[in-house]
Ligand binder design. Structure first.
Ligand SMILES: Cc1cc2nc3c(=O)[nH]c(=O)nc-3n(C[C@H](O)[C@H](O)[C@H](O)COP(=O)(O)OP(=O)(O)OC[C@H]3O[C@@H](n4cnc5c(N)ncnc54)[C@H](O)[C@@H]3O)c2cc1C
Length: 380
């Protein structure tokens, strides 16, 4: 079955002014959630007959091949599904799936408000919330997903409402206090490089815009991660392994290879269990934890193998160093996971089984499992 036949099928079900194919003037116009539901219903038999596959794109910030895009299939691009509604009475903000966090922060800033969302203004709403989501406020408020009041969920049968070598330290204190004493051990560390010191008061909107400006676009980028207990000896060993890895990637065109340590304090882990449920497998009694992220940018496709292999080896060494000290944690953070990693498996068998049962309930034929090959799958 060719893409043309499928588009013809879609044309029969949509009004002429509702379906716009690439190349048409209307292609860039907005569709709504109901149309997404109709799209899925129409595409259902084609997917079940292995005649097509599709991808869902939020803001497209997830970098895995085939994740928010697909070769030879249909990309359901939600980027024009926009809209931000703020209810000042309840303090709840309703955000359409195609928005980016930067637009949300701008809207909330008009009222002196903020929300637990991405640290980057360019981050998408659903990709972040569906995978957890690390925010400037995570130490206090947990992952982004712990702050979601209601998802508008679309199933195939109904739509229902449900409840250079250089080190960079970034510290955020999320209350309006200038020079809080609690930051002194970091802020007063000696020696200081004043020209690199950017300690100041900044609002959420500007902080997220600053993070977005630091990201590189148009060049190759990848990341992978693991989690360890907050153990100084393990982290020192990881830093040494990182320093040796730098020698392996030096000299490749456009390379920026970084190690990011992001703390999961007990206050964050508590949110994992106190919310509606906890599928991550993370518990406060094993905390505090540290997420070890290897993020890399480079220029040339021919260097993919070398750069990815170096990062894979570094993640493996991190796991080995942590395991040797009894400091390993199985959790892999989905938003920073590479294709070979298994974030869902890292939540534990019971949690994976729970997620599988939810999938079977709302997507009994497994359209999202079979027809949408990108991302991490529940049934592998
Ligand atoms: C520069 C940079 C900064 C980042 N900063 C952060 C950060 O601060 N915190 C953090 O936690 N992560 C961060 N990330 C990771 C990033 O947030 C994730 O890659 C996230 O998944 C991107 O969200 P998105 O909406 O753009 O998703 P996309 O890239 O569009 O999609 C990601 C996955 O989610 C699925 N998806 C998206 N929308 C929907 C939907 N409506 N329904 C069903 N499935 C959907 C897609 O099919 C895909 O599998 C960063 C990444 C980069 C490159």
């Amino acid at each position: 079955m060719s893409a043309t036949t499928i588009i013809e099928g879609l044309e029969q079900r949509f009004e002429a002014d509702q379906l716009h194919v690439r190349g048409s003037e209307e292609f860039d116009t907005l569709n709504g959630a109901k149309d997404v539901s109709v799209f899925l219903t129409v595409i259902n038999p084609f997917v079940l007959n292995d005649e097509t596959s599709f991808a869902v794109r939020g803001a497209g910030q997830q970098l895995l091949a085939g994740c928010a895009n697909i070769q030879g299939g249909i990309t359901l691009d939600l980027r024009l599904l926009t809209g931000i509604d703020l209810d000042l009475g309840t303090g709840i903000v309703s955000i359409a799936a195609g928005e980016r966090w930067g637009a949300v922060y701008e809207r909330l800033a008009e009222h002196g408000l903020g929300v637990t969302g991405s640290r980057s203004a360019k981050g998408g709403i659903a990709g972040l919330a569906l995978s957890g989501g690390l925010s400037f406020f995570s130490s206090r408020e947990g992952f982004v997903c712990h702050n979601v009041e209601t998802h508008v969920m679309i199933s195939l049968f109904f739509a229902a409402q449900f409840g250079q070598t250089m080190g960079l330290n970034q510290l955020y204190y999320t209350r309006e206090v200038e020079n809080p004493p609690v930051l002194d051990p970091f802020a007063k560390v000696q020696p200081q490089m004043e020209q690199l010191n950017s300690m100041r008061m900044i609002n959420l909107k500007d902080a997220a815009a600053e993070q977005a400006a630091m990201s590189s676009e148009g060049i190759r980028c990848s990341y992978m991660n693991t989690t360890v207990k907050s153990d100084a000896a393990t982290l020192k060993a990881v830093a040494e392994a990182f320093a040796s890895t730098l020698d392996l990637v030096k000299g490749f065109e456009g390379v920026a290879f970084s190690l990011t340590l992001q703390p999961y304090p007990v206050s964050l882990l508590e949110k994992c269990v106190s919310a509606v449920g906890n599928v991550t497998g993370l518990t406060p009694d094993e905390g505090p934890l540290v997420s070890v992220l290897v993020l890399m940018y480079w220029k040339t496709p021919q260097d993919d193998g070398h750069i990815i292999a170096a990062a894979t080896d570094l993640i493996q060494k991190t796991k080995t160093e942590a395991a040797a000290r009894g400091q390993a944690v199985p959790y892999t953070y989905m938003n920073y996971a590479f294709g070979f990693q298994d974030p869902i498996g890292s939540y534990g068998d019971e949690n994976k089984a729970l997620l599988q049962s939810v999938s079977k309930r709302y997507d009994p034929e497994g359209i999202f499992q079979k027809g949408c090959p990108g991302g991490f799958k529940l049934f592998v």
